[in-house]
Design a protein around this ligand. Structure first.
Ligand SMILES: NC(=O)c1ccc[n+]([C@@H]2O[C@H](COP(=O)([O-])OP(=O)(O)OC[C@H]3O[C@@H](n4cnc5c(N)ncnc54)[C@H](O)[C@@H]3O)[C@@H](O)[C@H]2O)c1
Length: 441
C-alpha cells in the first residue's frame, strides 16, 4: 500500500519505518527542513531503540523516503496518516493548528479517493474539523474527490516504540465507512498475526479511548505517589505495599511505581486536554483534576527532601543529577520531572551537574543560557565536586553503580533517589545516606 505519514516525529517516524518494514511504500512528510535533511543524510533525529536499523533497511530498499514536498506527499498515499504534534494550548485544550494545517494541505492537493487517519492524540470532535478543513480547501479549487476521515489513535510508548508498534496490544479504528475499515485492516494485518487486535468503534469513542487510557495510567501513578507519601509519613514501606497490591490480578504490577511524578510529551498534556473537554461538556472529571494536582506537587518532592537535608540552605551547594529524560530509553525531555527539580535547586541557589545517557544534546540546548547547570558526558563526572547525588530517571546503567566510588566522590555521602532503584539496607551498610520515595530515609 502507498502510505503518507504527515509529521515525522516520534510517532510518525516509528510508524513510517514499521509500515515500510511490512512492505508498504511510505512517504514521510515533515515541514521541518532540518529534520528531513538529517534523515536524508542517514541520521536519526530521535533516540529510539531499534529504530535506526529499520529506517536504514527500508530506505535502502526504496520503501521509505523523507521529504518536505507537500504536493508529492498528498499524491503518494491512498492512506494519509496524520501524526503531527498536538501541544497544549493556553487553556490546556489540545492545540489543533498542526492537525488542521495537515488536513488543509490534503484538501488542497488531493486528486482521487483518500482515507485520512488521525494518529495524533486529538479531542473528541476533531475528525469533524479535519473533514471540514478538507472540504473547504476542495471547494476553493472547485474539486470534489471522495475521502473518509477515521480516527486511529496511537498507543506506542517512547523507549519501546518499535516493539509496541510491531506487537501492539490493540489497534483502535474509529470509523463508520466499510472501505476505510477494510484498508486499515489490511494495513495492520502483518502486526497481529497470532490474534485479532483490531477494535472497530465510532470515531468519537476512538478519540476518547486514547485520552481515557492515558488518564487511567496517569491516575495509577498519582495514586501510588500519594500512597507513597503517606507510607513515608506513617512508617510503612511503599515497595512492600506495591508488591502486596500488585499481586492482586485485578490490580496487576504495571504502572504502580512511585516516583517523582509523570512527565513526557503525552500524559501531562493529555490529562489537561481531557480536563478541558470535560469542563466544556459540563462534566468536570474530579478524579482527573486530582491526578494533575498530585502530579504537580510530586515533581517537587525530591527538591524538598534535598533542601530539608541541608536545613533549607542550598547556596553554594552542588547537586549531581543522574537522568534528565522524562523516562529511561528516550532522549525526550518534554515536561520531564528533572526540569522541575533543576528549577527548584537553582532557585534555592544550588548548582547542578547533570548526566543523561541519551538526552545530553537536548539538555545542552535547554540549559545553554544557565550558568548554574552543567551537562557532563558520564555519570561519574557528575559527581565531581558535588555535595549529594539525585536520581530522576530509571536508566539501566544507574541500577548497579559503584557505591564506594559514589561515597568517595560526594562531599556529603547522600543519594536522593526519585525512582527507588536501590535496596536501602545495602546503601546504609555502605555508609551512604539514602532518601528514596515512600520508604524510610
Ligand atoms: N510521543 C509519543 O510517545 C506519543 C504516543 C502516542 C501518541 N502520541 C501523539 O502523537 C502526536 C505526535 O506526537 P510526537 O511525539 O510524534 O510529536 P513530535 O513533536 O515528535 O512530531 C511532530 C512532527 O510533526 C511535524 N509537523 C507539524 N506540523 C506539520 C505539518 N502541517 N505537516 C507536516 N509535518 C508537520 C513537526 O515538525 C514534528 O516533526 C501527538 O498528538 C501525540 O500526543 C505521541
Amino acid at each position: 500500500m502507498n502510505v503518507t505519514i504527515i509529521g515525522t516525529g516520534y510517532v510518525g517516524l516509528v510508524t513510517g519505518a514499521c509500515l515500510a518494514d511490512a512492505g508498504n511504500h511510505v512517504f514521510c512528510l515533515d515541514l521541518d527542513e532540518g529534520k528531513i535533511a538529517r534523515l536524508n543524510r542517514g541520521e536519526i533525529p530521535i533516540f529510539e531503540p531499534g529504530l535506526e536499523a529499520i529506517v536504514k533497511r527500508n530506505e535502502a530498499a526504496g520503501r521509505l523516503r523523507f521529504s518536505t514536498d507537500v504536493a508529492a506527499s498528498v499524491a503518494h498515499g491512498e492512506l494519509q496518516l496524520i501524526a503531527v504534534g498536538t501541544p497544549p494550548g493556553e487553556d490546556g485544550s489540545a492545540d489543533l493548528q498542526h492537525v488542521v494545517a495537515a488536513a488543509r494541505s490534503i484538501g488542497r492537493y488531493m486528486d482521487g479517493y483518500k482515507v485520512v487517519a488521525t494518529k495524533s492524540t486529538v479531542p473528541v470532535g476533531t475528525a469533524d474539523k479535519v473533514k471540514q478543513a478538507i472540504i473547504e480547501e476542495q471547494k476553493k479549487r472547485h474539486a470534489g474527490s471522495d475521502f473518509t476521515v477515521v480516527s486511529n489513535p496511537e498507543f506506542l510508548k517512547e523507549g519501546a516504540a518499535v516493539e509496541d508498534f510491531m506487537r501492539p496490544d490493540r489497534i483502535i479504528i474509529g470509523a463508520e465507512d466499510a472501505r476505510a475499515i477494510a484498508m486499515l485492516r489490511s494495513l495492520y494485518a502483518p502486526f497481529q498475526r497470532n490474534r485479532e487486535r483490531i477494535i472497530v468503534m465510532s470515531v468519537r469513542s476512538a478519540e476518547l479511548t486514547k485520552y481515557a487510557a492515558n488518564a487511567m495510567l496517569a491516575t495509577r501513578i498519582s495514586f501510588m505517589n500519594e500512597i507513597a507519601n503517606l507510607a513515608e509519613a506513617i512508617g510503612a514501606d511503599i515497595e512492600e505495599v506495591r508488591r502486596g497490591i500488585g499481586s492482586d490480578p485485578r490490580i496487576g504490577y504495571q504502572f504502580l511505581y512511585p516516583g517523582v511524578g509523570f512527565g513526557g510529551s503525552c500524559f501531562p498534556k493529555d490529562v489537561k486536554a481531557l480536563q478541558r473537554t470535560a469542563q466544556d461538556a459540563g462534566r468536570p472529571l474530579r478524579v482527573v483534576n486530582a491526578v494533575e494536582e498530585v502530579n504537580e506537587a510530586q515533581k517537587h518532592v525530591l527538591g524538598f527532601k534535598i533542601r530539608d537535608r541541608f536545613a533549607n540552605e542550598l547556596r553554594g551547594k552542588c547537586i549531581a543529577l543522574w537522568g534528565l529524560a522524562f523516562k529511561a530509553n528516550t532522549d525526550d525531555m518534554r515536561e520531564a520531572p528533572s526540569l522541575a527539580l533543576i528549577d527548584d535547586l537553582v532557585a534555592a541557589g544550588a548548582k547542578v551537574r547533570a548526566y543523561d545517557p541519551a538526552a545530553a544534546a537536548e539538555a545542552k540546548k535547554l540549559f545553554a543560557q544557565s550558568a548554574a547547570v552543567t551537562i557532563v558526558p558520564n555519570a561519574m563526572e557528575a559527581l565531581a565536586s558535588a555535595d549529594v547525588l539525585a536520581i530522576v530517571t530509571e536508566w539501566q546503567e544507574f541500577r548497579s553503580p559503584d557505591f564506594a566510588a559514589i561515597k568517595k566522590a560526594l562531599k556529603t555521602p547522600a543519594i536522593f533517589d526519585g525512582r527507588n532503584l536501590y535496596d536501602p539496607a545495602t546503601l546504609r551498610a555502605q555508609g551512604l545516606e539514602y532518601y528514596p520515595i515512600g520508604r524510610k530515609s
